[in-house]
Design a protein around this ligand. Sequence first.
Ligand code: URA
Length: 232
Amino acid sequence: MTRLDKFVSDKLNITRSQAKSMIKSGAVCVNGEVQKSPDFKCGDGDSITAEGRTLDARKFVYIMMNKPKGVICATDGKGDKTVLDLLPEDMRRKGLFPAGRLDKDTTGFVLITDDGDFAHRILAPTKHIVKTYIAVLDKPVTDEVISDFEAGMTLGEEKLLPAKLTPLDGCTVQVEIAQGIYHQIKRMFKKHKIEVLELKRVKMGALELDENLGEGECRYLDSAEINRICQK
Ligand code: URA
């Protein structure tokens, strides 16, 4: 059981005192009845609304976003717009963060969650969750580049895990990597004097980016989809 003011402040990402005032003003209902006591104890089975809006009682949420260019994967953009700024009002809640980073100019699948353990599990280098990208390059790749990706190339001091590079059409390729090193794909191509002009993440594990999501749009994932992220 949780205090009503804590529940409301967590779900709406407002301060405890703002939540208290909201409750005292009569704007919060528990199971259809106005509840004016901030210390009222509520639990999983209760349906709670604030100013007519139903508050999500789920412990954790998992959101797929199709990130556009120009926004950053962070909780505080320090002047830049973040993926959290793009969330619609009714999906915002305390503790959300992007699980993993795409560069500012990379588009595609970003997972946003408030489940730190899950994020840790899918980001852990030992888990080797495969992330799939489509890249547009400034020139076509050669067999030698494909082999270097496959062998697990060395970048600086670091020996990378094998990556799969599949030519698609002209200068467009698919890249599958099982790590998330800073600017990894751009640096892997740069080693071969190839520039990445466009980069989009289209899949995490076995879960594909929903093609119905326009750039900047997002939706909740269900439990089957969340499990697919952890599959090959
Ligand atoms: N590799 C990159 O270079 N950039 C990304 O955003 C993701 C992978």
